[in-house]
Design a protein around this ligand. Structure first.
Ligand code: ZN
Length: 426
């Protein structure tokens, strides 16, 4: 039997909804769809569930939290917030945070993202451990949209309404100017209310030592969000964005799902159920020192979070057309020059490298002044190698920050890269 993701006991698993089922029942409109990032190329229209929670947890503490969420929805969240609304929100701070943590943890497991941090909160979600004061919750709002001639705006109560924020979404967000592996960020957006949850890693003191710089970065963003504190009552902040603009921002992160870009190579690769995507670098391009073909493909890989997540750990490259050449790839000067230029322009190999293949090692050897030793092995410059590693790890972190890719993925990919790079080398 599976181990329950909350109580860690070996009990029969039940279905737990990621988006609470009462939300669908409240307004079962055909336009309201659950959005699941993992389902490539389509928007899932069914209710999203996971199956690793035991009946006792599901029907006990977790369902009590959902009942609280439902109560809050019916009393407050179901009402849209307009630019000229003056709404207050009354809430039970602890239950609200635990409910939002539960939704985040469920969604994290479904997407294999940030589970390391969010799993530390399972006993807190169940109410068996106290809620740490270091968790931060903020609120921003999204107005229904009204339109002018060329643009859309947050609506007033008496505006002509073009679109309403009728949705329940869970997703990652990032804080500009704050880059840390010790915090997980989730937004839980329910109609006009977007709850921003900042969840610290409880396993070390790193997260708490970063709390001040996180707060300054949040303040610098000036996104119109306000802190939700334990007083239990607040004046709902005025919306700065409308539902159409909010949706466009979201679509920018999921271009394939929404068919915004038409890249056949990437689409075919994403649809391909087999793991490996092999890209051939052509001898003709190498002889002409023309990196543009390879670079166009590589730039597509890093064009959005969706493509990154779909193709991470799936790529292998190879150099083609030198079979008749008796030299090894790393002994051919034009190959080295080509790879050097490519690596200058696009250093994000680590995230995409298939763990069972060796392109990273080929690159590393070629770029670090390789020489063949007397016993037929390859020697390389260790200082250059160390600089190259730094560059690759920084590039991986840059991507993870840009697209809010989790620490779990970052660590796994880093370990795989280490193991590929050290395999059989001098
Ligand atoms: Zn359980």
């Amino acid at each position: 039997m599976p181990i329950c993701s909350y109580c860690d006991q070996d009990k029969a698993a039940t279905r737990e909804h990621i988006i609470p089922s009462w939300y669908y029942q409240h307004d079962p409109s055909p336009d309201d769809v659950g959005f699941m990032e993992r389902a490539k190329g389509k928007i899932v229209k069914t209710e999203l569930v996971i199956r690793d929670v035991c009946g006792d947890c599901n029907n006990g503490s977790l369902s009590e939290l959902d009942a609280y969420g439902k109560e809050l929805f019916l009393s407050h969240l179901a009402r849209y917030v307009f630019k000229d609304s003056s709404e207050s929100l009354c809430y039970d701070y602890e239950r609200l945070v635990r409910w939002l943590l539960k939704i985040s943890y469920n969604s994290a497991r479904a997407h294999d993202s940030d589970t390391e941090i969010l799993a530390q909160y399972k006993k807190i979600i169940l109410g068996e451990q106290a809620l740490p004061a270091s968790v931060i919750l903020r609120l921003r709002t999204i107005a229904p949209a009204t339109h002018g001639v060329y643009a859309v705006f947050p609506a007033n109560k008496d505006s002509v309404i073009a679109d309403r924020p009728a949705w329940f979404r869970v997703g990652v967000f990032r804080v500009k100017k704050f880059d840390s592996m010790y915090w997980a960020f989730r937004h839980i957006t329910i109609n006009s209310y977007s709850f921003l949850l900042y969840v610290p890693d409880l396993s070390s003191s790193h997260a708490s030592s970063e709390a001040d710089s996180l707060m300054s970065a949040v303040a610098a963003e000036n996104d119109g969000s306000i802190l939700i504190n334990s007083t239990g009552r607040l004046v709902v902040p005025e919306p700065r964005i409308d539902s159409i603009s909010f949706n466009m921002n979201h679509i920018g992160q999921f271009p394939i799902t929404y068919k915004v870009v038409e890249s056949n190579v990437i689409k075919t690769a994403l649809d391909n159920q087999f793991g490996l995507v092999n890209y051939w670098i052509d001898r003709k391009d190498i002889e002409e020192q023309n990196i543009s073909n390879a670079l166009a493909f590589l730039n597509d890989l890093t064009s959005s979070r969706e493509v990154c997540m779909g193709l991470k750990e799936r790529l292998e490259l190879s150099v083609h057309g030198y079979n008749d050449d008796s030299r090894e790839i790393y002994e051919i000067p034009e190959v080295i020059a080509f790879l050097r230029a490519l690596n200058e322009a696009w250093p994000y190999w680590m995230l995409f490298q298939h763990p069972e293949f060796t392109w990273l090692q080929v690159m590393a050897v070629c770029l670090c002044s390789p020489t063949r030793t007397k016993d037929g092995k390859v020697a390389f410059d260790h200082e250059e190698m160390s600089e190259l590693m730094t560059k690759w790890f920084c590039s991986l972190n840059e991507l993870c920050h840009k697209f809010a890719i989790s620490l779990t993925v970052n660590k796994r990919v880093s370990a795989q890269a280490q193991s590929i790079l050290t395999k059989g080398l001098v």
